[in-house]
Ligand binder design. Sequence first.
Ligand code: BES
Ligand code: MN
Ligand code: MN
Length: 462
Amino acid sequence: MEQINDYINTHKDRFINELVELLKLPSISADTAFSQDVLETARLVEKSLVEAGCDNTQICETKGYPVVYGEKIIDSNLPTVLVYGHYDVQPPDPMELWNSPPFEPVIKATDLHPDGAIFARGACDDKGQFFMHVKAVEFMIRNNQLPCNVKFMIEGEEEVGSDSLADFLETHKEMLSNDIILISDTGMMANDVPSITTGLRGLSYVEVEVTGPNRDLHSGIYGGAVPNPINVLNKMIASLHDENNHITIPGFYDKVEEVSAEERAEMAKAPFSLEAYKQALDIDDVHGEKGYTTAERYSIRPTLDVNGIWGGYTGEGAKTVIASKAFAKISMRLVPDQDPDEITELFTKHFEAIAPKSVKVEVTPHHGGLPYVTKTDSIGYKAAAMAYETTFAKTPIPERTGGSIPIVALFEQVLESKTILMGFGLDSDAIHSPNEHFGVWNYLKGIETIPYFYKYFTELTQ
Ligand code: BES
Ligand code: MN
Ligand code: MN
């Protein structure tokens, strides 16, 4: 495995150039105008698996965008690692906030990435991160260093909720059978503070519509005498948190697992600077649930946030109008053992109950996902920790993250496999935001670290 460093030195320009080519394709799964680009991206991903030395590569049709599959089976008695990632990306808007076009990758140095970072939509989430695995496997296959079997499953609908994947898992159980699932689609604490993600939050996402009068009205003639759906919606939303920033939906916390004092004390040992956190975001104070630290608020506690709100006149100048309708998109991040369907139902009931008689409300559920936590005493976790110890010369810190990858809980339910989350991005890499980037150092460090996971996982399994 030590040859990995020489291999990276010899091939790093090509590794970067190939990722740049992948990043040029606008594989935006949320916007059907880009459907041809999403499909073209799937073909390029398949080509990269072929070039890495994978066999039986396929573009597997689903109800939505295809899953790209490839494998290298060297011996059915050896363990099998299933690598999951996604080749779709978030929409790049707002475009005007990008310093360079989102699908014309450029490499620039930043404070946290002095060796340069690749700026492009998808650089970190998740093209750059799953591509590390393609390159790590390329190294192992070409140098006869692959110690076990590997399968790739790279999907194209993660950013819109992986709707087709549950069916896909059910119908491809045999093809996807494995001993451990390996994913790089999260982050780490800092380049000199390696960490392994041990938890993901779940998600319940809803859209609400509040209707007042049957048409837009003159705000002078009618104002004061009729329900204004925008005012009403805002008041309803404001009431969803109390003065301690607890969520007020009855039953919302019923299944929330209280994290033990020991575990919270352990979490508090992880390096975290509130000052640096506030400074990086240009906020003078943080905000959140009373009784919990900032790190706890974004990892072990559930949330409710408005993601978008609209209605009425938002164009240039002023228009005196009372709108007929107001809308909002609301996400709730969930923790064990909350269930997304149950939470969506609790939300819907409550939202309907608090609506004044003067308006009608409609709640439409979007996608959801279960939360996930994994233990640190598994073989998979140990193998990952040993891999980081080898390449970072530091023991990685286990960390529960606030983001969601809904498929991880499904993997456990349908394939009965555990997932190891080895993320190499930083929180400051601006995923889902303008100027997303991925450090060149992080990209290459991932390629260096991944082969050791295979080595230690195989050794520990035997
Ligand atoms: N890669 C992210 C999830 C993530 C990022 C987890 C950083 C932890 C740290 C993933 O692509 C994502 O954005 N997931 C969505 C959920 C999905 C259902 C749209 C999310 O978390 O909002
Ligand atoms: Mn992702
Ligand atoms: Mn994402």
